[in-house]
Write a new protein. Structure first.
Length: 222
């Protein structure tokens, strides 16, 4: 397919558009200081965090701010921290910033006439705080609260199909597990925004692989 033939582009938000790892690491580092414990190793923390959050999201559905609090509590316990305010992640989320390439790319895509959407594992009120960081408005958003499930479940993608309304739709995301694999399983074209330079998995074949949002804009022009 001609890459320019798409009409609608949706994104995962945190990790694709927003530098969520820096946001999480900074939040844990600040909380470590509050609780009087040592610093955190970013790589080890994120490995533990991602594994823990995926387990929490696979359990009984709860609001994402509660997912953040439950995950924070379990990670803190694994790290041997004393008890504290486990809501610190949700409180910090509004300060998590876009990657430097995000806003220029979104502006370029908007100027080319694409409809833009977000499919995110988050609460709508939290996402509204994040959207203040973006240079352009999104045409629609789908949150976990809307579909009562978390990716890689299919709820977000089914809602995305409804919002796309039969237009040529492309999804773009950083997470192989949460986005690329389920999108491809459902026959949705997806570009993997491989910010970490990870190896291509065997479970899915994305329509394209790019390093960042600037790469996505370039890919769409080929």
């Amino acid at each position: 397919m001609n890459h320019r033939a798409y009409d609608v582009i949706t994104f995962d938000c945190y990790g694709t558009l927003i530098d969520w790892e820096s946001g999480i690491v900074n939040a844990f580092a600040t909380e470590a200081n509050q609780r009087g414990v040592g610093g955190v190793d970013p790589a080890s923390l994120m490995e533990l965090y991602v594994q823990t959050e995926a387990r929490v999201e696979s359990e009984e559905f709860m609001r994402y701010r509660d997912v953040l609090a439950t995950t924070a509590a379990r990670v803190a316990e694994r790290l041997g921290w004393p008890a504290g305010d486990d809501a610190f992640l949700a409180k910090s989320l509004a300060s998590w910033h876009p990657f430097p390439d995000t806003n220029p790319a979104l502006a370029a895509l908007k100027s080319r006439g694409y409809r833009l959407g977000i499919l995110s594992n988050v609460d709508r009120d939290l996402l509204e705080e994040t959207q203040r960081h973006f240079a352009v408005p999104f045409d629609f958003v789908v949150t976990a609260g809307d579909v009562r499930s978390y990716k890689p479940a299919e709820g977000h993608f089914r809602a995305g199909m409804e919002r796309a309304s039969g237009s040529q739709w492309l999804h773009a995301a950083q997470s192989w597990f949460h986005d690329v694999v389920p999108a491809r399983r459902m026959g949705i074209p997806v570009v993997w925004v491989n910010r970490k330079g990870e190896l291509l998995g065997s479970e899915a074949r994305p329509a394209g692989v790019v390093r960042d949002m600037a790469g996505l804009v370039a890919w769409l022009e080929t």
